[in-house]
Design a protein around this ligand. Structure first.
Ligand code: ATP
Length: 374
């Protein structure tokens, strides 16, 4: 306990230092951009400006050779020449903060920071588009209005004089496309997507879970515009229990941190918070109160038309025979989720390979549906 307490303390100090330095860098970048004649001021410069404003990315040192370092910034790698003040601390496996130009801005050798950054899925702009989402048209248009518009057209809300909802809760069975929706809206908003699940946030080390929540919001701030996506929010913010075991109070501390971060970010349009759950009934009412996750979008199991669309989406990149009838496959898979349909497409491909073919036939899909019990 004593050891983990020390580690938390130094992690918190490091993150505070990082945040202070990042704030200073952003001020300097703003000053540079506002200089007359600067290239970033020219029309159409928003992509460059956005890239600069995004700040640091978490990365892991892969190789150190002579004066060069290869850093893994999922999904890419960068080769960089570190400055003297950080080079002595670099070794394979160490976590670093990387600037947009590939420089190493800071080194985190604290295990607590390492673990929480690694547990987080951070993607500059996911490659999922609205065309990759089958069905869910109504859900998509709500998410577009309440998540995408505040990020891309914040002036609309000012002009009309209303505040956008502060958080959007996606509720529905597993595998129905909730995460997919989150990624698609981040992409269409040209925003960083940061995903962490409630069960990943809850750590067995007391104090660490609340830290993880704080780090998630800090990173979202640094990488703004951004979409925070908290999966399995019920693991984090389930209804408060009367029991006072250390585990319970740890969850409660993390929930409190989440609520206070959301309050702090309420005025911000460039950081949007989404969460997903398949157990909405166990959520702490404080989480769904106005000003927190005050908009719920139900994401249900796809109907027949949606299932046909999902089959079409997942067969787009497959080599399929002319005899494949998507509508019939949709009719044969009543109550299947999007994830199950994707699984059936993969299995159909495997069936074709098993039969020595590279073209997937209707019968391969039928066999897959049967094999998977859909
Ligand atoms: P969980 O609650 O388990 O996190 P989820 O609702 O977030 O599930 P996703 O992770 O979005 O589900 O879906 C898993 C995969 O299933 C997606 O990556 C996608 O390939 C496929 N899928 C699910 N729903 C759809 C859909 N509506 N359209 C197209 N593909 C889908």
């Amino acid at each position: 306990m004593g050891e983990s307490g020390d580690a938390d303390g130094s992690a918190a100090e490091l993150w505070e230092e990082v945040a202070a330095l990042q704030a200073k860098i952003r001020d300097l970048e703003d000053a540079i951009r506002s200089r007359p004649g600067d290239g970033a001021d020219e029309g159409g410069g928003s992509a460059a400006q956005g890239a600069v404003a995004r700040g640091r990315m978490p990365g892991t040192v892969q190789t150190v050779k002579d004066d060069s370092v290869i850093v893994d910034i999922n999904p890419h790698q960068r080769v960089t020449q570190p400055t003297d003040d950080v080079s002595a601390r670099l070794e394979p496996g160490v976590q670093v903060a990387v600037t947009d130009s590939g420089g190493i801005a800071d080194v985190f050798d604290d295990a607590a920071v390492d673990a929480s950054v690694r547990a987080m899925e951070v993607s500059d702009s996911p490659d999922v588009t609205y065309d990759d989402v089958g069905g869910l048209e109504d859900e998509l248009s709500v998410v577009e209005e309440v998540v995408q518009f505040p990020l891309t057209r914040p002036e609309l809300f000012d002009e009309v004089g209303v505040d956008p909802p502060s958080g959007v809760l996606l509720s529905g069975p597993t595998g129905t496309g909730k995460t997919l929706l989150g990624k698609a809206v981040a992409n269409h908003s040209d925003a960083t997507f940061l995903r962490l699940s409630g069960s990943e946030i809850i750590s067995k080390w007391v104090g660490e879970s609340a830290n993880r929540v704080r780090q998630l919001f800090e990173l979202a701030d640094v990488r703004s515009p951004s979409v925070i996506f908290i999966d399995e929010i019920d693991a984090l913010a389930g209804e408060r229990s009367a029991t006072d075991s250390p585990g319970e109070s740890e969850v409660q501390r993390a929930t409190n941190q989440l609520l206070s971060e959301m309050d702090g970010f309420m005025e911000r349009r460039d950081v949007q918070v989404m969460a997903a759950t398949n157990r909405p009934n166990v959520l702490d009412p404080a989480v769904t109160r106005p000003g927190r996750f005050d908009r719920t979008v139900e994401v249900g199991v796809p109907d027949r038309d949606a299932r046909r669309d999902i089959f079409e989406i997942h067969t787009r990149s497959m080599t399929v025979a002319d005899d494949v009838r998507h509508a019939e496959l949709a009719a044969a898979t009543a109550s299947a989720t999007g994830a199950e349909i994707k699984g059936a497409c993969t299995q159909a491909g495997i069936n074709a390979i098993r039969d020595g073919r590279t073209t997937v036939r209707h019968a391969d899909f039928e066999a897959a549906i049967e094999e998977l019990g859909l």
